[in-house]
Design a protein around this ligand. Sequence first.
Ligand SMILES: C[S@@+](CC[C@H](N)C(=O)[O-])C[C@H]1O[C@@H](n2cnc3c(N)ncnc32)[C@H](O)[C@@H]1O
Length: 431
Amino acid sequence: MKKGKQFKLRIEKLVYGGRGLGRINGRAVFVPQVVPGDVVVVEEVSRKSGFSEAKLVKILSRGKSRVKPPCPYFGKCGGCDWQHIRYEDQVRFKKEILEENLKKIGKIKKPNIDEAIPSPSPWHYRNRAQLKVKDGKVGFFEKGTHNVVDVERCLILKEEICDVMPKLKELLKDLPSEPSEFHIYSSSKEEVLLKIVFKNRFKKLDLSLERVREVLGLNVVGFGIYRQGKEGYPERIKFFGRDFTYEKVGKYKFRVSADSFFQVNHFQIGNLIDRVSRVAMEHQYMLAGDLYCGVGTLTIPVGRYVHRAFGIESNFSAVSDALYNRDINGLRNISFYCREALEGLEIVTEHNPDLVIFDPPRSGLSEKIVKAVASLSRLKKIVYVSCNPSTLARDIHLFHKFGINMEKAKLIDMFPQTFHVEAIAYLRKVK
Ligand SMILES: C[S@@+](CC[C@H](N)C(=O)[O-])C[C@H]1O[C@@H](n2cnc3c(N)ncnc32)[C@H](O)[C@@H]1O
């Protein structure tokens, strides 16, 4: 296969990252927007050692999972990768990707993977979005570029904010200069928080909360002005109105501040809480430690079933929400610490929990964290929630070296129409 040349290819399977894999003379070729069973014409766009990247030119014969993507921006907009795949098959492929990672990287011969939990709705599930702004356009980055695709409706955003982009365009007229991003978050109380992020300096702003509400036609309870920070995180300059909202998930209430993390799929948060807290409900644990605890979304439900619990989280805003949430949920047996997970290891060792919960960012755990938790003398069980199957599998392999084995894993689909895989792994100390 030569760069620029076109070839016929049969797609064998999908891999993490969302692309399909086919082979030409044994050489792996990765192609986006295909499904297993597709026979396609592709064109090589880059060649690395051992594999090639190619683009789809023509579909000769369609795999069984193919459906017509309902969104007119699909293929161009970088927001979704898998709208061309029937939803049940998306879940099946994610489960296969999880299994493959656990086998190849986790070195588990036959991983025990439970039945998956599909999203109750594969559309309108996201409660928040980070929208890009450029030259008057509002939407998402085009795949692989920093060009903004002007989007009018986004079918994965909650109904309430699905049509918000044209209205944000209207709001641009009230701003002294063009921002680089709008972050919008709609809570289960149908309260909206908006962040307006500017790249650099900007002139004085003359915008009231009433005006934002009027233009967007939404129950905006507060909006903030932010500047793009050095590490990619927006830094707050000023907030107008309320800088927090509330979430209700089953019997739990959470305050979530504008700068705190909260799970994005509003249909699945209850299922995630249920699958994690069930462990504490079904067995008697004395002390639970929740690393990367956010606003206490998992710590508080788990805290109901254990003698004592603690959470560690690096974001100050999330920790203050977590402390507040502990109180509004009537739990007195939980402590929260504002620490980087690595710095919080001393606290973990001092508490010596028998149940540990992890829900780290995509990079997963560091070896130091795995070692410290594995050597806890009272440790019995680990529940590891992950949004990256390869770092999950890497960490599971490391835990295995310390005598901690994976009992089972479960896919919980938090991100329909995308390749992103969220999983819960249950690990137990065997020696
Ligand atoms: C995937 S979220 C999970 C939060 C929570 N378990 C939930 O379900 O809402 C990961 C959390 O880890 C926090 N975090 C990121 N890096 C961290 C670090 N190095 N140490 C501690 N917390 C960190 C983030 O602020 C975020 O709240």
